[in-house]
Design a protein around this ligand. Structure first.
Ligand code: 1GP
Length: 230
């Protein structure tokens, strides 16, 4: 099951705290994207996560949960993505909450469906950066060193470069990708059209498209073919 991520080039990320009509959800799930990821930085609850999962489950597209809230972990997803923030001095976001979760729920965790993600949060204005106290203004070499720590020391299967809300520095992203040996590089943030989708897909292994789904669905849908045609 976990191997499916090696094939992903394009993922739509849906926020359980945002409203999406059945028609728009149909377009997202039938778009040809490789997976739908459910996750958000605020307002994620058990109820809104169950609701979105049950709607996406009417389609064949793989559906994975990116866990940000322990009380909103819902059974029935294909995979569970677990962010471990690399560029924060606050240990709770690297390992602390994870340790507490495992102490409480370790006996029921389906480990074969769990995929840890080494997060590098690069937009200091984003909710995730503020929440986790992410260190901003990272250079290429500092970012690559975080990524290599996750790749070579921690053997994390995924590094996620998170620019949520703004389009990132593609030179930095592609340099980080070149420094990796085994981890897959996910990129998310500010992909809004064919051009930004192609640039990001050139720099990273997998691109994540989020907010534009809610502000301009037609343009969001063009990002799928932009990547698949590369
Ligand atoms: C957010 O990386 C994703 O977690 C996607 O970012 O919402 O800016 O597309 P956007």
């Amino acid at each position: 099951m976990k191997q499916m991520i090696d094939e992903w080039r394009h993922v739509f990320k849906l926020d359980p705290d945002k409203v999406i009509s059945n028609e728009d959800l149909d377009a997202v799930c039938m778009s040809g994207t490789d997976a739908v990821m459910i996750g958000g930085s605020s307002g994620v609850t058990y109820d809104n996560t169950v609701d979105l999962l049950s709607r996406v489950r009417q389609y064949e597209v793989p559906c994975v949960l990116e866990i940000s809230e322990l009380d909103a972990v819902v059974p029935g997803f294909d995979l569970y993505m677990i962010p471990m923030v690399l560029n924060t001095p606050r240990a709770e976001w690297i390992i602390g909450r994870h340790q507490q979760a495992i102490e409480r729920y370790g006996y029921i965790i389906p480990w074969d469906l769990v995929v840890p993600e080494g997060y590098i949060i690069l937009n200091p204005e984003s909710t995730a950066a503020k929440l986790t106290g992410a260190i901003g203004g990272l250079s290429i070499s500092e970012s690559a060193a975080y990524a290599q720590t996750a790749d070579k020391l921690m053997s994390l299967p995924v590094i996620y470069m998170e620019y949520s809300g703004t389009f990132g520095d593609m030179e930095l992203v592609s340099s980080v990708r070149r420094s990796l040996s085994r981890s897959r590089l996910f990129y998310g943030g500010g992909i809004t059209d064919t051009k930004t989708a192609r640039l990001a897909a050139d720099a990273a292994d997998t691109i994540i498209v989020g907010n534009i789904i809610y502000t301009n669905l037609a343009q969001a849908l063009t990002t799928v073919s932009a990547v698949k045609d590369l």
